[in-house]
Design a protein around this ligand. Sequence first.
Ligand SMILES: Cc1cc2nc3c(=O)[nH]c(=O)nc-3n(C[C@H](O)[C@H](O)[C@H](O)COP(=O)(O)O)c2cc1C
Length: 184
Amino acid sequence: MILIIYAHPYPRHSRANQGLLAAVSDLPNVEVRSLYDLYPDFNIDIAAEQKAVERADLVVFQHPIQWYSLPPLMKLWIDKVLEHGWAYGHEGNALNGKHCLWAVTTGGNEHHFELGDHPDFDVLAQPLQATAIYCGMHWLPYFAVHNTFVCDEIALKAAGEEYRRRLTACLSLKEGCPPEVDFG
Ligand SMILES: Cc1cc2nc3c(=O)[nH]c(=O)nc-3n(C[C@H](O)[C@H](O)[C@H](O)COP(=O)(O)O)c2cc1C
């Protein structure tokens, strides 16, 4: 099962992320949890979220990039749901062996990420990647759609098809998504 943890502060104003979701939402065994729809008051149901994660072979974190980072409700989800004794620490092995995919959209192009002492887009994956690995997950090559400020419908459609191809590759594998699968 593929679980998409989706965080868009204004889901109904989204173009890129809605396009990606539309491209995969009819796939079997895909569950989308739109955090800003579920928890407009930021009061996350930790037990419900943990149950959803436990059902999943692949956990996808999908969101638009905001100030080079995650939307606040996704960060809160990570802080609240990945509890000690469940996600890590003594007997905290709920995420062990699951796969993790970061699916992100950005308004800017590659040059937008050349600022600061540690330029490059890959650096932005580091906090989520380290979190996933710390919790025993297999980190997959991320899926990024850049340039959403200017890209046209054709580019967005192609991105949706690629996203669908990546998730379908997971669904077609009986044992989930082993890291050696080529998602490139
Ligand atoms: C508060 C805020 C901060 C943003 N920060 C960034 C950023 O740091 N880098 C970037 O490339 N785009 C940034 N964006 C643009 C969004 O990432 C972009 O609009 C989004 O990926 C498009 O997806 P959507 O059509 O689903 O909304 C920001 C947007 C908002 C609202």
